[in-house]
Design a protein around this ligand. Sequence first.
Ligand code: GDP
Length: 286
Amino acid sequence: MVIQWFPGHMAKAKRQAIENRNMVDIVLELVDARIPISSRNPLMDEIVGGKPRLIILNKADLADSNMTNDWLEYFNHPEHNQKAIAVNAFNQSDIKRTKNIIKEMMIEKMAAREARGIKPRAIRLMVLGIPNVGKSTFINQIIKRNRAKTANKPGVTQHQQWLKIENDFELLDTPGILWHKFEDQAIGMKLALTGAIKDTLFHKDDIALYALELWTNRYPGRLKQVYRLDESLGKESYPDMLMALTEQLNFGDEYDRASEKLIFDIRDGKLGTFTLDEVPENTNSQ
Ligand code: GDP
């Protein structure tokens, strides 16, 4: 399995994220709603520590909405007690809802501060997540139109600044980036299919075969609708199905080209919304 990060880099990123965490009230952990577990670094829990955290299932517009609801139920279950919401970072009403939830999460802490006679202040936030989950987009959208002067407070890294959002929030402008870590090939495939890791880490046809199998079984009818592909071929062999797709696309014997098209179409949502991580069966025992 290809390793895409070096232990030294990871240690530094982790150290920095922990330093930043200590300066904020709430950590906003962004994950990809299509792979809510595969897009989380296992170190995340350690980094977040006891700090209040809001898990944001971003790109919910691209995910299977029924499964997103199941995931929200899973995270918000008392057993897991991890507050989670689903958003489309480009949707301003989702951004507004996120802000309201953050305020709700802080009500008690702020009231306690006030009771001790401490002056009210903005809620300090940081965004954390693996690459490509939409951290920059989310930050840009949350400060949109409300971007005031950046607060004059030193951040941990030299160039880091606090972005003021209305009078309510201060957000560290640089998100914490943690790489995905996977030993499991299936997680790698999911990251590749959603665009979270470079295409070059896997053979395109392997990803395409994985996708053909998934869509045939999980989302029947879509391959037929989009490519006029005979889905019963999958019952025989997925490589045969890939050959049929290549033919259907008039790509001769360029299987890689057909694989790439399939992967890009999936990422663009042309084969519909989808979620690749399944909620564990018995929520209570997790
Ligand atoms: P980062 O690496 O975590 O900072 O991710 P980016 O903010 O660069 O986003 C990665 C890609 O996902 C970009 O092409 C964004 O336009 C796209 N993206 C981010 N958030 C959303 C979302 O909620 N919905 C959709 N459809 N695309 C999104």
